[in-house]
Design a protein around this ligand. Structure first.
Ligand code: LMR
Length: 393
């Protein structure tokens, strides 16, 4: 066998597989509720106005493409730390710019493994499929904690607390800061307080994935849990993404923040820099630079926030419309949870056979666990989806 002949086929990522299936479906009536990409009422994923304006300005003022900082441009890291945590964390926050949120998750897991190869990584059941996939790829031990109550489509809070009782000192616990992916079900403030108290007692290290800040209850509201965690624990890892809230998916713009004590910060920062250098050297700059330009300019910030708020309100409106239509079409309140879920996704609680029928017979594409991307809908397709669901139930 040659070297490359020794390779085995890899399992396909379910979400990415769905993109290809949708693309290859010739039906003009097909509806894409798969990958987590925002789409407006016309089905477009627009470049946000402030991003366009920043790009234009950048083209005018940029004089070099030489390397920037290994940890990213310091102004970007500082702006993101403030956007996520507010003021007062600069002396505790080591950070590196990363290629998207996935890059930040990967670097966080590598940092955990470097610091403590025995640390286990606790993940909600279910979670974004790439979480356990990377944990496994790195040879780390992943453990699930209960999270979703299938009967109510809400949180299984007693189950979650019971499972987190088994966390050991030094384990990392991956938490979705807001807009849980794939379920859409989120902890309320008092539940967050209880989780924080329990994890503190256990000596766990919180590892927050914040990929949808601004898509749930608002930019600051969606960071509230992360801020509570940051204030409560001596050490916290935060992997954040600008893909969704700035709509710059392909620019790969993310950040890993490691909160530590001020006197440990330099060593932690050095380790983050080292990881960037080993994995890809300098992080991508274009998206990070646009984000910095927007966040450092009051007018651009205001315009970006206004457009982000339109996006959020549009998804909330679609949630209410879909819950109403499902009530009408199915004659039950079984799907009322769609209106109270937050973020891009809701898990509808359909069987795999029902999901397959929706795809094959109706050209409606959702992830196999019946996760839908709310933003894939519009006023016209909401009733189409509701009627189709009623048919396959
Ligand atoms: C999703 O869950 O659909 C998004 O996070 C996109 C991705 O990379 O899977």
């Amino acid at each position: 066998k040659t070297m490359l002949e020794a390779l085995n086929p890899q399992p396909q990522d379910k979400i990415l597989q769905l993109i290809a299936m949708f693309r290859d479906d010739p039906r003009t009536t097909k509806i894409d509720l798969g990958v987590g990409v925002y789409k407006d009422a016309t089905g477009l994923t627009p470049v946000m106005r402030a991003v366009k304006a920043a790009e234009k300005k950048l083209w005018e003022v940029e004089t070099t493409k030489t390397y920037t900082g290994l940890a990213g441009e310091p102004a970007y890291n500082a702006a993101l730390v403030t956007m996520i945590l507010g003021q007062g964390f600069a002396d505790r926050a080591a950070s590196v710019a990363t290629p998207g949120g996935t890059g930040a998750i990967r670097q966080a897991l590598e940092l955990i493994r470097m610091a403590n190869p025995k640390a286990r990584v606790w993940m909600s059941a279910p979670t974004w499929p790439n979480h356990p996939s990377i944990v496994k790829y790195l040879g780390m031990t992943g453990v699930e904690y209960r999270y979703f109550n299938v009967a109510t489509s809400g949180i299984d809070f007693p189950g979650m607390m019971a499972d987190l009782e088994r966390v050991s000192t030094g384990d990392a616990v991956l938490l979705h800061g807001c807009c849980h992916n794939p379920t859409g079900a989120n902890l309320d403030g008092s539940q967050w307080d209880q989780v924080i108290a329990l994890l503190k007692k256990k000596g766990a290290v919180p590892f927050v994935d914040l990929a949808y800040q601004g898509f749930g209850d608002g930019l600051a509201e969606d960071a509230a849990a992360t801020r509570k965690i940051a204030a409560a624990f001596p050490e916290v890892l935060i992997a954040a993404s600008c893909s969704k809230n700035f709509g710059i998916y392909r620019e790969r713009t993310g950040i890993l923040i490691a909160l530590t004590s001020p006197d440990r910060k330099a060593v932690v920062q050095g380790n983050l820099n080292f990881l960037n250098r080993q994995n890809y050297s300098f992080p991508p700059d274009h998206g990070a630079r646009l984000v910095t330009m927007i966040l450092e300019d009051a007018a651009l910030t205001a315009d970006w926030k206004a457009e982000l708020e339109e996006v959020r309100q549009n998804m909330l409106g679609l949630r209410r419309a879909l819950a109403d239509e499902l009530r009408r079409a199915t004659n039950t309140d079984r799907f009322d949870f769609v209106a109270s879920h937050r973020g891009m996704f809701s898990r509808l609680g359909l069987t795999e056979a029902q999901v397959n029928r929706l795809r094959e017979e109706y050209g409606i594409y959702m992830v196999g666990d019946s996760r839908i991307n709310i933003a894939g809908l519009n006023a016209k397709t909401v009733p189409v989806l509701a009627t189709a669901i009623a048919q396959v139930l």
